[in-house]
Design a protein around this ligand. Structure first.
Ligand SMILES: O=C(O)COP(=O)(O)O
Ligand SMILES: [Mg+2]
Length: 306
């Protein structure tokens, strides 16, 4: 496989690339918004792509919102979107548990209310969502009462993450029959002004360390997110453009699935990171080299206004 060039997307090349695809998959955090602030120009880009007849999808590792909640956030920030164009890990992990794990039973959930809602919409009952403050001592922790119907542990972003939750997950996962699924491995969430907060990857790593097991990860770079989309919409990979801010999730997903890839420098990764991977000679790392890059997706506006 030829190594991607990591070429700046500008001038006539922009229109060439856009003309060569019929679908654009946008990562969210760090590409179309940071926290609750849209990236300047991003709504115009998305809405003009749709006007130009391109299909637009939103593919986010963020597990804090249901598809409906994402559609509301997108509309509030000026993006035209419909619920079925949004693929977040709250929804995709519920699909994964249902269709890949064929889960017959409950989930011990370390995650958000949004994940609980998407699980319940898929007919999956969860236990564990919400605060879980520490109580008792070590002996009690090692023998916390476990729900016998729990057949899987699911870890997503959880602002109530706690020692007790970590311990409960360890106790459930001590049973090798209990499946272990994580939404994503993103270590940091990029916010406005170059700030960041710990991402789900930190929580997932803690549970993997305690349980001494590796989770099945649903989010990018796992190809499951793309499979979820391709099973609903006829997508031709070579006619899809994946736009992301992280080399190790977004661009890796694009490479793995045979999509064209565009790095937006408004989030986590830099061109220097990409060029280091390019020079590495390591095939895995070279899968994180994007075909193209822009400072911000706003740079493709002129090609859409021509
Ligand atoms: O929530 C995250 O960690 C990253 O989300 P993203 O895939 O939209 O960048
Ligand atoms: Mg991102």
């Amino acid at each position: 496989m030829a190594v991607s060039k990591c070429t700046r997307l500008s001038g006539p090349l922009t229109k060439q690339v856009l003309d060569s695809v019929d679908s654009v998959l946008f990562d969210c955090d760090g590409v179309i918004w940071r926290g609750d602030q849209p990236i300047p120009g991003a709504p115009e880009v998305v809405n003009l792509l749709k006007k130009a007849g391109k299909r637009v999808f939103f593919v986010t590792n963020n597990s804090t919102k249901t598809r409906k909640m994402y559609m509301e956030k997108l509309e509030k920030l000026g993006f035209e979107a419909s619920e079925d164009e949004v693929f977040g890990t709250a929804y995709c992990s519920a699909v994964y548990l249902k269709t890949v794990c064929n889960l017959q039973g409950k989930v011990y959930l370390i995650g958000s209310n949004a994940m609980r809602q998407e699980l319940e919409a898929m007919g999956i009952e969860q236990v564990g969502v919400g605060p879980d403050p520490v109580s008792g001592g070590q002996k009690d922790w090692a023998s916390v009462p476990l729900d016998p119907e729990v057949k899987a542990v699911l870890v997503g972003f959880d602002e109530h993450f706690s020692y007790m939750k970590l311990n409960r997950a360890l106790q459930y996962l001590s049973n090798s029959e209990c499946q272990f699924v994580g939404t994503n491995t993103d270590s940091r969430l990029p916010l406005e002004g170059g700030k960041a907060v710990p991402g789900t990857g930190c929580l997932l790593k803690a549970v993997e360390t305690a349980a001494q097991r590796h989770a099945q990860v649903v989010g990018k770079p796992s190809s499951f997110m793309f499979k979820c989309m391709a099973s609903k919409f006829k997508l031709e990979p070579s006619k899809c453009l994946m736009v992301g801010d992280r080399l190790d999730t977004d661009i890796m997903l694009g490479t793995t699935c045979g999509l064209k890839t565009l790095l937006a420098l408004t989030g986590v990764s830099t061109v220097a990171d990409a060029e280091e991977h390019q020079r590495s000679g390591c095939p895995k790392r070279q899968g994180m080299v994007p075909d193209y890059y822009v400072d911000s997706i706003a740079e493709i506006l002129p090609a859409l206004q021509a």
